[in-house]
Ligand binder design. Structure first.
Ligand code: AP5
Length: 209
């Protein structure tokens, strides 16, 4: 069974690799960022509450995000394995997750900060299917439109410079301590997340084999 967590700073390539790996292992991909962005665009109560935190690059309160993940992990589709992308992000979330389910691997994406900034400022996303592109490294076939569904691509509000700076600080303060937490449990598999998408993908497959 594959019960996998991807941990890493914003822009490290977690979403890009999670889409590929979850398809190849045929397991459900749960991205808290994508789930929250859908809630924001549908203007649900969760989305209205989450929106102001996300725009500012701050974390959404633990109790809201834990509930989202708990609901999704209880679905039949997650019973044969799952890949969590962007959760947990605080010690409290990690402790809550440990009560919900055991894990097999935690892959930590390691990459220098200047590459993160480059990747985030060049990112464009499909608001319909959440696929990420990069104007420099992974442009869409038709300029500004999603290859899969033709929707016009957008820049995420939290990819603007001020929110990016906040997200990097929040990662160091609140999420990086989870590396030691999972190291102690013997679950941590660090990978070099620099390099092209196929190179990183090969390292991810080795780390999760
Ligand atoms: P979330 O959506 O999870 O954002 P993030 O963790 O900051 O991660 P990103 O989506 O920015 O980056 P990524 O690592 O997935 O990189 P990607 O593959 O897209 O969270 C957003 C917000 O939601 C948070 O700030 C918070 O407010 C809230 N939230 C979410 N989860 C939460 C939680 N658990 N608790 C509380 N709040 C939560 O790649 C980035 C770019 O690089 C793309 O352009 C891509 O095409 C390109 N790229 C990818 N790989 C490569 C490569 N190998 N070479 C070159 N370019 C590449």
């Amino acid at each position: 069974m594959h019960r996998i967590v991807f941990l890493g700073p914003p822009g490290a390539g977690k979403g890009t690799q999670a889409t590929r790996l979850s398809r190849s292992l045929d397991i459900v991909h749960l991205s808290t960022g994508d789930l929250l962005r859908s809630a924001v665009s549908e203007r649900t109560n969760l989305g209205i509450e989450a929106d102001r935190y996300m725009r500012a690059g701050q974390l959404v309160p633990d109790e809201l995000v834990i509930k989202v993940i708990e609901d999704n992990l209880r679905r039949p589709s997650a019973k044969t394995g799952f890949l969590l992308d962007g959760f947990p992000r605080t010690l409290r979330q990690a402790e809550a997750l440990a009560i919900i389910t055991p894990l097999d691997r935690v892959v930590s994406f390691e990459i220098p900060e200047e590459q993160l900034l480059e990747r985030l400022t060049q990112r464009r996303s499909c608001p319909k299917c959440a696929r990420a592109y990069n104007l420099a490294t992974q442009p869409p076939r038709v300029a500004d439109h999603c290859d899969d569904d033709g929707t016009e691509l957008v820049q995420r509000p939290d990819d603007l410079p001020e929110a990016v700076r906040t997200r990097l600080t929040v990662y160091q303060d609140q999420t990086a301590p989870l590396l030691a937490f999972y190291q102690r449990l013997g679950l941590l598999r660090p990978i070099n997340a620099a390099g092209d998408v196929d190179e990183v993908g090969a390292r991810v497959r080795t780390a999760t084999a």
